[in-house]
Design a protein around this ligand. Structure first.
Ligand code: NAD
Length: 318
C-alpha cells in the first residue's frame, strides 16, 4: 500500500499524513507549497523524513498522472484545493485547482495500470443556505443548491467521481466536512474558531469574523474519517455528509470562558452567518463505514487549547 496525499501541507492533509505515519503506511505527498508549516507542528523531523514529499500543482495533468503511475500509488487522499473566498473572487483559477485538479486525480487513478482507490474532500458547501431547506436536517438524498462557486465546484467533483465509477470502475468516497477546527487550521474564513482558540492560548484578543451557527468538526476525527474511508472495501462512488457539533459563536465564546477564565474578554464575534445549511445527518456514513470517531466539542476544544499552549511554551507558535 502506497498512499498519495494531495494538499498534504494543509490542515486536514497534515493530520492525515500524521495518522498514516502512525499506522506505518508509506506516504507520498504532493502540494504546491514546499514548506511544512502545519506538519512540522504535529510531527517530528525524524517522522517527516519517512514522507516522500513532491512539490507541484494539482492542475499539472502530466505530472499528477506520472506521479501516480510511476510512483506505485495504490490509494489517494485528495485534498488539494483553494477555499471559498478565493473561489468567489477568482472563479476561473478556483475551477482550475478544484475541478481540473480533481479530474487529474481521477484520470491518474484510471490510467495507473493498477487499481487505485480515491477518497476526496467534497464540502458541505454543496448545500445552499439553511432557509433554502426550511432549516431541516439534510441527508444525501436532499437536492443540492450551492450558493457559491466553491460549492458548485465541489458538486461538479461529486458528479465526475460518479461518472469515473460508472465508466471506469474507479471506487471513491467524497466527504463533506462543514468546518474543521484544531491545530493547523489557519486558512479560510471558517478557520476563525480555531484562531480564537489559538488567541486564548496566547492571551491575545481576536474577533471571529462570523456570527450565528457553525458545525465544528475536530481535525483528528476528520483525518481518521478520511483514513477509514480509504481502508474501507466499499465499492462504488459514494458521497457522505460529515457532521460534528453545532455551536452558535457566542456559545463558543462562553465555552472558552468556562475552560480558560478571561477568554470572553479576549474573543468577540461579528459578521455574517456562513451561507451553508448546518444541520446535517451523517448516519449514512456511519452505517457504511466502520470506526468513524466523533470527539465531543468540549473535549476537542480542550485538546486544541492544550496543544496550542504546549506549542507556545516550546516557542513553536510564530
Ligand atoms: N477545513 C474545512 O473546514 C473544510 C470544510 C469542507 C471541505 N474542506 C476541503 O478539505 C480539503 C482540505 O482543506 P484544508 O482545510 O486542509 O485546506 P488548507 O487550505 O489548509 O489546505 C489545502 C492545501 O492544498 C494546497 N494547494 C492549494 N492549491 C494547490 C494547487 N494548485 N496544487 C497543489 N496543492 C494546492 C495548499 O498548499 C494547502 O496545503 C479541501 O479540499 C477543502 O475544500 C475543508
Amino acid at each position: 500500500m502506497r498512499v498519495l496525499v494531495t494538499g498534504a501541507q494543509g490542515c486536514i492533509g497534515a493530520w492525515s499524513v500524521r495518522k498514516l505515519l502512525d499506522r506505518g503506511v508509506e506516504v507520498v505527498t504532493y502540494d504546491v507549497n514546499a514548506e511544512r508549516p502545519r506538519l512540522s507542528l504535529i510531527a517530528s523531523e525524524e517522522e517527516l523524513r519517512r514522507v516522500e514529499a513532491r512539490v507541484g500543482s494539482i492542475e499539472d495533468t502530466a505530472r499528477v498522472k506520472a506521479l501516480v503511475r510511476d510512483g506505485g500509488i495504490t490509494h489517494i487522499i485528495h485534498l488539494a484545493a483553494v477555499l471559498m473566498p478565493f473561489c468567489q473572487q477568482h472563479p476561473v483559477q478556483g475551477a482550475m485547482v478544484n475541478v481540473i485538479g480533481t479530474l487529474n486525480v481521477f484520470e491518474a487513478a484510471r490510467d495507473a495500470g493498477r487499481p487505485v482507490r480515491v477518497v476526496y474532500a467534497s464540502s458541505s458547501a454543496v448545500w445552499g443556505p439553511g432557509d433554502a431547506y426550511e432549516s431541516r436536517k439534510l441527508n444525501e438524498d436532499d437536492p443540492l443548491k450551492p450558493a457559491t462557486h466553491y460549492g458548485v465546484f465541489k458538486q461538479s467533483n461529486e458528479g465526475n467521481a460518479r461518472v469515473f465509477f460508472d465508466s471506469n470502475g474507479i471506487s471513491s468516497v467524497g466527504l463533506r466536512p462543514w468546518s474543521v477546527y484544531g491545530v493547523g487550521r489557519d486558512s479560510g474564513l471558517t478557520a476563525d474558531p480555531t484562531l480564537a482558540m489559538r488567541a486564548v492560548a496566547c492571551g491575545e484578543s481576536f474577533e471571529i469574523r462570523l456570527s450565528g451557527h457553525m458545525d465544528l468538526q475536530f481535525v483528528e476525527d476528520v483525518a481518521e474519517t478520511f483514513l477509514a474511508c480509504l481502508f474501507s472495501p466499499l465499492e462504488g462512488a459514494h458521497v457522505f455528509n460529515l457532521a460534528g457539533d453545532i455551536v452558535e459563536m457566542n456559545e463558543l465564546i462562553a465555552l472558552l470562558e468556562s475552560m480558560r477564565p478571561g477568554a470572553a474578554r479576549l474573543i468577540t464575534a461579528r459578521g455574517p452567518q456562513v451561507p451553508v445549511a448546518y444541520r446535517m445527518d451523517d448516519s449514512q456514513l456511519r452505517a457504511k463505514i466502520a470506526n468513524i470517531p466523533r470527539t465531543p466539542l468540549k473535549q476537542g476544544v480542550e485538546k486544541t487549547l492544550a496543544h496550542f499552549e504546549r506549542l507556545k511554551t516550546d516557542g513553536r507558535l510564530a
